[in-house]
Design a protein around this ligand. Structure first.
Ligand code: ADP
Ligand code: MG
Length: 474
């Protein structure tokens, strides 16, 4: 991939000056996070980490990622309505993975009772890396689709202006003018507002379900404020609050302390650590309700790694989206190799291949949020240990994507300014709303570029590994 900043990236004086401008610009623009030391306070904050320079992204791959987003929205929505597919696909996983099993139990229970919810809202983010082939050309490869709590749609809107300023400071005014504006929060809010409207009660509120520790609150506030601008009332609650204050009326309308809730937007609930017994009960209450859950539990299950792996099997997409060959071709063109570790000959064979050549693969459990995947020597050791046990089926294997690194500076509070070899991951936000069987909204809502030093195999921005970035199309 081209390295557009080759002439300045090693110029220490210019870099120092630009970094000082960049940090102040980020603070001014509201690219903020609460600090690790005071995660509950908004009066002591710092800037969310970001790159000094925008990163080169091939225009064709960027456009390809946007062009396939509506297809992925359709696909996730179709999976969420396909009980047979979810049941078959997750059957082996739920035998060994307690978290997925617990989600699945709630899913089944809610279906057996009959859904009260009639309006459905999906907000997802499809993530990609740029795989570098032997001939040096890059290909778009999907890493995963996040169907719950996909974050940074707010803060990412702040980075393009900061990078524009940095480029001007570095004497690159022309290049600065080419950076694309980007505001996913607006698109996400549009989806939430549409769902709220279709729910059909002026008095009802939108509830953001948030974590105990909310370091990334400003990212959420971006979406929240867009809703207030549309005169839609927003409340922020935790599972604990739902357990204590939540109730359903006879037609399963959801109330929080007497206030009707139209939409529940989860920024929580995607990892086992988010749950104790009370929180599981709260989750069940929300899922049983008529409120629009974003996502409903079926859509959360549609985002599991196991589902992703099954999608790559020949014929699966055709069954899920009959009569949509073009959409299927666009999606399949982004798939990396994915492999089932279910018990049997197919799983035995790929396990042996990965043990022999671990650097070709990533081993993934059914987890979200970064830092859970296994690589290299660790992958080999773990796989060797579990290769003959049913535990194996709680993981999937994926081809490891190998992007071409580029030099950049990762600006992080309290960290020295130093050049790093970096790789980037592009996310496209998708939003859709369905009323009964009719899809009333289906859009790509903006992008997120995250960049990390190549020493880190895994991890996102919240995990402290990747930082916010802006694509510079080449
Ligand atoms: P999570 O749900 O924890 O975010 P991901 O599948 O997105 O899990 O993986 C986390 C990170 O690991 C990604 O952001 C990426 O940096 C890295 N990663 C994941 N899959 C691959 C892969 N196939 N090749 C290279 N890196 C990967
Ligand atoms: Mg991820």
């Amino acid at each position: 991939m081209a390295a557009p900043w080759r002439d300045v990236v090693r110029d220490a004086a210019a870099v120092r000056e630009a970094a000082a401008v960049a940090v102040d610009a980020a603070l001014l623009a509201g690219g903020l996070m609460r600090t690790g030391e005071q995660p509950h306070a908004s009066d002591v904050v710092n800037y969310a980490p970001f790159t000094l320079l925008p990163s080169a992204v091939p225009r064709a791959l960027f456009e390809q990622a946007y062009a396939v987003q509506q297809d992925f929205n359709l696909l996730v929505d179709a999976i969420s309505q396909n009980k047979e597919f979810l049941e078959q696909t997750l059957a082996s996983t739920i035998k060994v993975d307690d978290f997925t099993a617990q989600l699945f139990r709630i899913y089944k229970q809610v279906l057996e009772e009959g859904l009260a919810q009639t309006v459905f809202l999906g907000i997802n983010r499809s993530d990609y890396m740029f795989d570098c082939g032997l001939d040096g050309t890059a290909a778009l490869r999907q890493i995963e689709i996040n169907t719950i709590a996909a974050s940074f749609g707010g803060l990412t809107s702040r980075t393009a202006d900061v990078h524009g300023l940095v480029l001007k400071v570095l004497g690159k005014t022309e290049e600065a003018s080419r950076l694309l504006p980007n505001n996913p929060a607006k698109g996400l809010a549009l989806g939430i507002a549409k769902a709220w409207e279709l729910y059909g009660s002026q008095r009802a509120v939108v509830m953001f379900l948030v974590e105990e520790i909310q370091r990334n609150i400003f990212d959420q506030r971006c979406v929240e404020n867009e809703l207030w601008n549309r005169n839609i009332r927003v409340i922020r609650k935790r599972f604990r609050d739902v357990f204590e204050q939540g109730s359903l009326d006879a037609s399963r309308r959801l109330y929080m302390d007497g206030q009707e809730v139209a939409v529940v937007y989860y920024r929580e609930g995607y990892v086992p650590q988010n749950y104790d017994q009370q929180n599981w009960e709260a989750r069940l209450l929300l899922e049983r309700s008529r409120a629009v859950k974003c996502p409903d539990i079926a859509t959360q299950l549609a985002g599991t790694k196991k589902v992703q792996q099954e999608l790559s099997r020949p014929g699966t997409l055709e069954k899920l989206l009959p009569g949509r060959p073009e959409a299927i071709a666009r999606m399949r063109a982004t798939f990396a190799g994915l492999y089932s570790l279910d018990e049997g000959e197919e799983g035995d064979r790929i396990a042996a291949t990965a043990i022999a050549d671990p650097d070709r693969f990533v081993l993934k459990p059914q987890r979200e949020g970064g830092g859970n995947n296994l690589y290299g020597e660790e992958l080999r050791q773990v796989l060797e240990k579990i290769r003959d046990s049913p535990e194996r089926t709680s993981y999937i294997l994926m081809d490891k994507i190998k992007p071409q690194p580029a030099l950049n500076y990762l600006l992080r509070a309290h960290s020295p300014l130093q050049v790093s070899e970096c790789v980037s991951e592009l996310g496209i936000f998708g939003v859709y709303v369905r009323q009964g069987q009719e899809l009333v909204l289906n859009q790509a809502a903006g992008h997120l570029l995250r960049t990390k030093a190549i020493e880190h195999a895994d991890g996102g921005v919240a995990a402290g590994v990747a930082v916010l970035d802006t694509p510079y199309l080449v």
